[in-house]
Write a protein that binds this ligand. Structure first.
Ligand code: ZN
Length: 293
């Protein structure tokens, strides 16, 4: 039921993406046991990751790392071009007072800190862009990243509605970009449409679809629908990947784990899957690093 659609302008180089992510944000909050505010923060970041992933080419990945001065500490999200995303927050149980009767995401993350965007474009080195947090509300920070780091004027809207019982009843967002050569009147029209529009969460709760939201934003601008894709929460971890992480700790550290604990459980931060390693398995990994010992 979660999906993303893409609109492009017929005459001018503007693209619009919009998505509904209610199902996967609910899945994520159950997986991580997030508080209402942490659910909103994680949900907005997961949605942003999927929107940014949709701008990439097949097989490419994007990572978002929000690090803030607030009690939530951080939000980590990774998405691919195929519509899958995974993510977690630093302190899932965090609660901060409401701000004007709304969940206070910037109060949880903090409005001082940084947003790092890492893009794995299949090149030798990943692309990395870092900007200061603008508001800590996520959407403004993503728009600021695009204008500062990639010089692409963008408008971003993200919304997660969390009911008093903790359930997420609406989540989604949009991303609009004007690529060169930009046409000022079209950009003005898009901004005007966005300014006069209700919040994303209100639209989704009224039953509006991603297509409806983009149609409102593109009102007065000729466009066509370019595609639609399903979205899901999915982790890329595996036992083999966890083994590589253990190997990367180095022979000495592995020896210390074997001596101190004998066996160990490694939990994937993204999906909470736990991988058990016996001391024999750890010893085998250690031998892979230094076969002589
Ligand atoms: Zn995992």
């Amino acid at each position: 039921m979660d999906y993303l659609v893409r609109f492009v302008g017929d005459k001018y180089n503007v693209i619009g993406l919009a998505c509904i992510t209610t199902g996967l944000v609910n899945e994520a909050r159950l997986l991580h046991g997030t508080s209402r505010t942490a659910s909103a923060a994680l949900g907005r970041a997961l949605t942003a990751g999927l929107l940014m992933g949709a701008l990439l080419k097949r097989g490419q990945r994007v990572g978002l790392k929000f690090e803030g001065s607030g009690p939530l500490k951080k939000i980590i999200v990774e998405a691919d071009n195929g519509g899958t995303v995974r993510g977690f927050v630093g302190v899932p149980s965090v609660e901060v007072p409401l701000n004007d009767e709304k969940l206070n995401v910037s109060g949880a993350l903090g409005n001082e800190g940084s947003l790092t965007v890492i893009k794995d474009l299949g090149l030798k080195e990943p692309y990395r862009g870092i900007v200061k947090l603008l508001t800590g509300e996520i959407a403004e920070d993503i728009a600021y990243y695009f204008s500062e780091s990639e010089q692409i004027p963008s408008a971003v809207g993200l919304g997660v509605f969390v009911k008093p019982d903790g359930k997420v009843s609406a989540a989604g967002g949009f991303l609009i970009q004007s690529l060169p050569p930009s046409e000022e009147r079209t950009v003005e029209q898009l901004m005007e449409n966005i300014r006069s529009m209700p919040f994303v969460t209100d639209l989704l709760r009224e039953g509006k679809t991603p297509e409806d939201i983009l149609a409102m934003i593109f009102s007065g601008i000729p466009y066509h629908l370019l595609g639609r894709r399903d979205l899901s929460l999915r982790c890329t971890c595996s036992r083999e990947r966890i083994e590589r992480v253990l190997i990367s700790l180095g022979s000495e550290e592995l020896q210390r784990i074997i001596s101190d604990q004998g066996e160990t459980d490694v939990t994937c931060e993204f999906c909470r899957t736990s991988y058990h390693f016996t001391s024999k398995e750890l010893e085998d990994l250690r031998r892979e690093i230094s076969p002589a010992h």
